[in-house]
Write a protein that binds this ligand. Structure first.
Ligand SMILES: Nc1nc2c(ncn2[C@@H]2O[C@H](COP(=O)(O)OP(=O)(O)OP(=O)(O)O)[C@@H](O)[C@H]2O)c(=O)[nH]1
Ligand SMILES: [Mg+2]
Length: 428
């Protein structure tokens, strides 16, 4: 599960990345602060309670475990996540984020940092465009003050650049490539497009969806190898929609005028995307205060409270800063970041969480670790698909699986449900 952060320079991509991955990267108020991509992992709270809740209920009923005490700092959670955490049965699941250099108009012609770095976004399941909702930076990211740019323009040019990136990949060798598959008709065209675009994460069903939309837009396009650049661009636009569904973080919402993102929101939602106002800066400050032990701020919460250490150690300036943050959170209804990524994963990408284990009785791995992994997989993923998601050897050697909740054997093609606990039996 990978999500890429894109947008013009100086909008807060790296701030978003740093806040969500709790890592330190370069952030500054000028364009092209980031050149090499940053890759990291963020953790999102799973929708359903961690299966360790069921395990606790079972163990307590069998008299093998005392009920949770008030002083339990994990609020009853029993699992031992290899990565992420689980408290009060709220399990966090990993999502990889990629933060790249800013994109400027004309990037496909080499402007700014060009668009070659977009290859770093290949194989992302979705892209988040970060826009500057405060409108204080121009289209190239220079901080020039209010009214410098508006989010709709930022979005339009980004869509154009992504389309031109795909166009650039197709344009090379189009004529020769398409002639070679002409005998196979539309099927040949799909296979050809798929082969050209697998490198950027296109699946055959994405290509099919794009061709269907293209056929409606261009009902009589003529022979494929004779398509001119404009026709190829229409196709590239539909391919962009299918391969990289765009959602938007209307960032710097803390400094934006009310309604600054309304027009863009309608546009993005009309295309099936999601736009939420965000304040990456606030999320970063809150995560840092939480890491320092001064506040309780569960990821994505709409408010925070001071810890005992916070009450005892914060100086006046820090208290003032936190009060200002608290007011911001109230006004914006949270910083929006975790909510945006969670909604993309759930609504746009339709992911479920599966828990692979080695011991179907104790729900542990080979080392006795309880529910060590929580994997986000696509709805419709089969038992064998999960085996491949864990490790290709496990997929190749797949024999059968066991639904650890019911103890029933399930076959390779069995579709998993959300929150399933699954043992995979494979040849080694
Ligand atoms: N007011 C406000 N400022 C923000 C917010 N998020 C980021 N900033 C500021 O915006 C500036 C740019 O942030 P970066 O995260 O470096 O932006 P970027 O998009 O990664 O920039 P490039 O790497 O140059 O493309 C910095 O001064 C941040 O502190 C926010 O939510 N609100
Ligand atoms: Mg950056």
């Amino acid at each position: 599960m990978r999500i890429g952060l894109v947008g013009k320079p100086n909008v807060g991509k790296s701030t978003t990345f740093s806040a969500l991955t709790e890592s330190t990267v370069e952030i500054a108020n000028y364009p092209f602060t980031t050149i090499d991509p940053n890759v990291g992992v963020t953790f999102l709270p799973a929708d359903a309670p961690c299966p360790c809740q069921d395990l606790r209920v079972k163990k307590e009923a069998d008299g093998r475990l005392e009920s949770t005490s008030d002083t339990d700092d994990r609020d009853g959670s029993l699992c031992e996540p290899r990565t992420g955490s689980c408290n009060g049965f709220v399990r966090s699941v990993p999502v990889t984020l990629i933060d790249v250099a800013g994109l400027v108009p004309g990037a496909h012609d080499g402007k700014g940092r060009g668009n070659q770095f977009l290859n770093d976004l290949a194989r992302c399941d979705a892209l988040i465009q970060v826009v500057d909702a405060s409108g204080a930076t121009d289209i190239e990211g220079n901080p020039v003050g209010p009214g410098a740019c508006n989010p709709v323009d930022e979005h339009s040019f980004l869509v154009e650049e992504l389309t031109m990136w795909i166009h650039g990949i197709l344009d090379t060798g189009w004529n020769r490539g398409v002639r070679r598959v002409q005998a196979e008709g539309e099927k040949g065209l799909v296979l050809y497009l798929h082969s050209q675009l697998t490198g950027i994460g296109a699946s055959e069903s994405m290509v099919n969806a794009a061709i269907a939309a293209f056929n409606i837009e261009c009902p009589d396009p003529g022979l494929a190898w004779e398509w001119d650049s404009a026709t190829l661009k229409v196709l590239s636009h539909q391919l962009r929609r299918a391969i990289f569904p765009l959602c938007v973080a209307a960032n710097k919402a803390d400094e934006a005028l009310d309604g600054a993102w309304d027009a863009l929101q309608s546009q993005v939602e009309a295309e099936g995307g999601i736009l939420l106002p965000t304040s990456a800066d606030s999320e970063l400050a809150l995560r840092r205060a939480s890491q320092a032990g001064f506040i309780h701020y569960p990821a994505g919460a709409k408010s925070f409270t001071l810890t005992e250490a916070g009450e005892a150690n914060l100086n006046d300036a820090q208290r003032k800063g936190l009060t200002a943050l608290s007011n911001r959170l109230e006004r914006l209804g949270g910083t929006g970041l975790v909510e945006l990524v969670s909604r993309i994963v759930r609504e746009r990408l339709d992911r479920i969480v599966a828990y692979p284990v080695q011991d179907e009785g104790h729900w542990t791995d080979g080392d006795g670790r309880i529910l060590p992994d929580a994997l986000l997989v696509g709805r419709g993923t089969t038992a064998k698909g999960l085996a491949y998601a864990v490790h290709s050897d496990l997929g190749d050697g797949f024999i059968r699986a066991v639904d650890a909740r019911t103890g029933r054997v399930i076959g390779a093609e069995h579709e998993l449900g959300d929150n399933d606990v699954v043992k995979i039996v494979a040849k080694t």
